[in-house]
Structure formats: C-alpha cells, structure tokens
Design a protein around this ligand. Structure first.
Ligand code: NDP
Ligand code: MG
Length: 388
C-alpha cells in the first residue's frame, strides 16, 4: 500500500531533503506541503509532487500563490496561518506527518495530528522541548508512534532496537562542537553572525545552525531525548565528536555500548523514519568509508564556555514550564543575534535572565505552556532592547 505523507515545512532544509528521499524511492504519495513565505520554491514542489493541499503562513503570499496556480490550471487547495498548518496536519487519508517547521509553531499542528492518530516523523525538536510531557502522554493515549528524525535520536532509536528499557545505562548524544569548538573565551565574545552560520559538517536552517554554535542545539536534544526515550536526565550524556560519524550511542548496563554510524547526511534518518522498520537501499547517499576517515575523536563539551548546554540541563531538572521558557527565550535571542542586535555571548546571558525571572508551573496545561511561551518571548525582547 502506498504511504501518504504531509510535510510541514517542506521548503526548509529537512523538508527539501525529505522530498529528495521521496523522489528517489517513488513510492510515497505527497498529500500536503507547507511553507512560511518561500512560495517560489513551494510552487516548484507543487508542480513536481502534486499535493492536494498546501499551507502558506502569510495570507497575502497564500493568495499570490493561489492566483499563480489558478492561472496555470493547477488544482491545489491553498490554506494559510496556524489553522492552515493544522488542517494540513490532519488530512484524513494521510499516514505520516513530517514535522519540519522550525520553532515552537510546530507544537499545535503536531498535537492536532496526534489527536487524529497520525504517525509523526519528528524533526521539530522545539515541540518536545516546549511540551514534551503533554505530547508524549497524548501519543501514548492515542497509540501514535513518534519516530525521531533528528540524527542523534534516530541513532539512539536504532541502537535501542531489540533491547529492553531496563537494560539502558546511559544515552550518549554526540555533538560536533560547532564552528567555535576550539575558540577561546575571548574569541567567543567577538564571533560574527557570518562565522556562526558556517557549520563544519551540516548544512541546515539558520536557527538550528546558531543553536549548534552555542551548543543549545545539544541542550534541546537532551530534553528531546528525555521525552522520546523516557530516561532520567542523569542518564543522558553529551560527548563532542567533531567528525559527526557516530550519530549517538546507548551504553547498556552490561558494559556494552552500541553506536550508530553513517555519513553526516540527514536523508539517512529521514528515510529511516519514513520507512521504519524497513531499511531502504539508498545508493544516492555517500557510503561510509572508515579507512578514508581514518580516526574518530571524542572530547568533553566545554560547558563553562558554552553555557547554553547547562541551561538546558537546568531547565530539564526544574521541569514544568521551564523548558518552554528556555525554548521561547532561545528562539527570540537567536533571531536577535541573526539581526545583529546582540552579541554571541549575550545569547546565554539573556536566556539565563529570563529563566531566573520565571515562576515555574508544574504539570502545566497546554494553555499555561502557551502563556509562559508568550511571557518569555516578551521578556526576552525587553532584555534585547536593553542591549542596544
Ligand atoms: P529551515 O529554516 O531550513 O526550514 C524551516 C521550515 O519551516 C521552512 O519550510 C520554513 O518556510 C518553515 N517555517 C519557518 N518559520 C515558520 C513559521 N513561523 N510558520 C510556519 N512555517 C515556518 O529549518 P530546518 O529544516 O533546518 O529545521 C527544521 C526543524 O528540524 C527544526 O526544528 C530543527 O531544529 C530540526 N532539525 C533540523 C536539522 C537539519 O539538518 N536541518 C537536523 C535535525 C533537526 P520558508 O521556507 O517559507 O521560510
Ligand atoms: Mg541533531
């Protein structure tokens, strides 16, 4: 039976790579696509994959796209806004929803998709950072699978196959260390947006690229791992592995550690999630050549110089709404850094200030989470405004 998918965020890095996997396999039907504003690329994708429905966040751009499609007699429904995202995420005939939008905007459509029983191929880590307990609880209740797309979590998911939960000792997330792995504290104070956007191993959207440079990405992934694999935060370690060949590992109580290796190419974890439990032939992805790579290295993360990682562990330890606040503050300050309003080292400083001010709510409802998200964004913007 042909699988039917929708991709939320099809014009981004994960979205386009998901379509590439689908193009190479030729046996998945694309029913829905969404974009924020890049309607030219979305139009190309519509012509190639012929979805039934698409969503463009901006209403004006949605109208422009609809006019263009009508003039070419291409029959596609065009919806807009957050409501439109949820409409695409819940189309009846769809089996898998790939969540590849960036940021907490992915939360509501993911919840709506889970409610109607869709399998989730989850790239959007901000969903679990913001509302992990709520989302995982709902998925369990609805008997919905959440298949990780993030390479570290896909690696752990693969390393867990055939083993029991009780036998896990630790999950070991690998981190590339980002472009500033070897920079001194003083050098870090002066780094530019352009430098931060040059990731050594991966080509990704700008937000996650900055998160990788601050190590917040790894922090968000620690929180994501806690929710996906239901372990104690003390069981999640991070090791810097600059080659990005080992995508993560599971250490078992018998002293064995199982690792998953592959070239750093997101099409691997995307294909694994789309076809799970099947492993598809993927000639289009470069094969791993360990002799050519020669050696693999490991070092401890520099938590003092990259405070975002510790802030994420702290937020997870505190729990409740604190991880939503961490995420919201991070989204805001990363946008401000990209706009050149704050410096690189002001990113962790402001997040810390926002977390300090927050009065945490335990076992929050969705409404309380959304309210804390709003507050954290506003308070972060106030802190940013003080910087210039
Ligand atoms: P990109 O910035 O490349 O793409 C984001 C996608 O979301 C685009 O389709 C974009 O539309 C859309 N989008 C952006 N803002 C909004 C909004 N406000 N409302 C609706 N749609 C929006 O991001 P990535 O593909 O890099 O990342 C996507 C997610 O996957 C993130 O959560 C990231 O952390 C995660 N991830 C990414 C990895 C990677 O290798 N890139 C690896 C692991 C996880 P438009 O193109 O129109 O702007
Ligand atoms: Mg990752």
């Amino acid at each position: 039976m042909t699988k039917k998918v929708v991709i939320l965020g099809s014009t981004g890095s994960i979205g386009t790579q998901t379509l590439d996997v689908i193009k190479h396999n030729q046996d998945i039907e694309v029913v829905g696509l969404t974009a924020n504003s890049r309607i030219d690329l979305l139009e190309e994708q519509i012509k190639q994959f012929r979805p039934k429905i698409v969503c463009v966040m901006h209403e004006d751009k949605a109208r422009v796209l609809k006019d263009r499609l009508d003039s070419q007699s291409i029959d596609v429904e065009v919806v807009c806004g957050v409501k439109g995202l949820s409409t695409v995420a819940t189309i009846e005939e769809v089996d898998i929803v790939v969540t590849a939008v960036v940021g907490m905007i992915g939360l509501i459509p993911t919840i709506e998709a889970i409610k109607v029983g869709k399998t989730i191929a989850l790239a959007n880590k901000e969903t679990l950072v913001t509302a992990g307990e709520l989302v995982m609880h709902l998925a369990k209740e609805k008997n919905v699978s959440i298949l990780p797309v993030d390479s570290e979590h896909s690696a752990i998911f693969q390393c867990l196959q055939g083993n029991t939960h009780q036998s896990i000792d630790k999950l070991i997330l690998t981190a590339s260390g980002g472009p500033f792995r070897t920079f001194s504290k003083d050098e870090l104070k002066k780094v530019t947006v352009e430098q931060a956007l040059k990731h050594p191993n991966w080509v990704m959207g700008s937000k996650i690229t900055i998160d990788s440079a601050t190590l917040m990405n790894k922090g968000l992934e620690v929180i994501e791992a806690k929710h996906l694999f239901d372990v104690d935060p003390s069981q999640i370690d991070v090791v810097v592995h600059k080659e990005s060949i080992i995508h993560s590992m599971v250490a078992y109580q018998d002293g064995s550690t199982i690792a998953q290796l592959g070239m750093p190419d997101m099409r691997h974890p995307i294909a694994y999630a789309l076809y799970y439990p099947e492993r598809r032939v993927s000639e289009y992805i470069k094969k791993l050549d360990l002799v050519a790579i020669g050696s693999l290295s490991f070092e401890a993360p520099r938590k003092d110089d990259f405070p975002c990682l510790q802030l994420a562990y702290d937020a997870l330890e505190i729990g409740g709404t604190m991880t939503a606040v961490l995420n919201a503050a991070n989204e805001e300050v990363v946008a401000s850094f990209l706009n050149k309003q704050i410096s690189f080292m002001q990113i962790p400083e402001i997040i810390h200030t926002v977390m300090d001010k927050h009065i945490c709510i335990n076992r929050p409802s969705l409404e309380q989470i959304l309210e804390c998200d709003r507050w954290a964004r506003e308070y972060s913007r106030e802190q940013v405004a003080k910087c210039y």
